[in-house]
Design a protein around this ligand. Structure first.
Ligand code: ATP
Length: 238
């Protein structure tokens, strides 16, 4: 089997007295596209925040490349190849598209490589190229999502964590985003994708985990999960 890049064991996260994540285990191997699905409030975003150091744990362990990354900041993780596209995008609204993309490459100093990657992002998202001098805050939700993904790619990540990239987007934009997630994965980036759009996520994923009330309730090969009547009834609206 390929190398385990990310390993989450017994993860627990609480908000005050409320235990939002109650002991979660999962792994992401090199080259995989793994999706974490589940209904509102299941604890998916909290799990992502714990991995990227935005939310402290009250139990468990998170390992990246075999080392504990508990409590490490986002900056440190990006330097090691673990980049995040956060829920709600988080683009720098008063900066242009080009400036936002360059922020994604702030850990790098290879000018030619950065310029090459900027071209690559513009090839994936021609819309960003057309609007390269526009302020990010004036772009549509879908365009901001593209920018957030482009910015994360500018760090040349080994692993990309994405939190609900399709949220709030029009059907055409959702198609585009899923197409790009698959394309980025095909180019060799390992991906952990959190999604409420379970069927779309499972269609492009290798493996999936279902999260329910703070625990993993089901896991398996994405294609098996897609045809599992239990998954279809609970998460695919059938
Ligand atoms: P969604 O798909 O709706 O974003 P989710 O699976 O990502 O849901 P989380 O956002 O991780 O779920 O929330 C898990 C639980 O933790 C929910 O009950 C939520 O209300 C609670 N929660 C999340 N953030 C906070 C916070 N900052 N303070 C208190 N409770 C929180």
């Amino acid at each position: 089997m390929s190398q385990t890049l990310l390993k989450v064991s017994g993860l627990k996260v609480a908000y005050g007295g409320i235990q939002a994540v109650k002991g979660v285990d999962f792994e992401v191997h090199e080259g995989e596209l793994v999706t974490l699905i589940g209904s509102n409030g299941a604890g998916k975003t909290t799990t992502m925040k714990a991995i990227t150091g935005l939310q402290p744990l009250n139990g468990g362990e998170i390992q990246y490349l075999g080392q504990s990354i508990k409590g490490r900041g986002a900056w440190d993780l990006v330097k090691q190849g673990l980049a995040m596209v956060p829920e709600g995008r988080g683009v720098f609204t008063r900066m242009t598209i080009t400036e936002n993309l360059l922020m994604g490459a702030h850990i790098r100093s290879d000018k030619a490589g950065i310029a090459g990657d900027m071209d690559r992002v513009f090839t994936i998202f021609p819309r960003l190229k057309e609007r390269r001098d526009q302020l990010a805050g004036t772009m549509s939700g879908g365009e901001q999502q593209m920018l957030a993904m482009g910015r994360a790619l500018m760090s040349r990540p080994k692993v990309l964590l994405m939190d609900e990239p399709s949220m709030g987007l029009s059907p055409i934009m959702v198609d585009k985003i899923f197409e790009v997630v698959r394309e980025v994965h095909d180019q060799g980036v390992t991906i952990l994708l959190v999604e409420q759009n379970a069927s779309r996520a499972l269609e492009i994923a290798d493996r999936g985990y279902v999260m329910e009330s703070g625990v993993i309730s089901m896991s398996g090969k994405a294609s098996d999960m897609l045809s599992d009547p239990k998954v279809r009834a609970a998460y695919l609206g059938e």
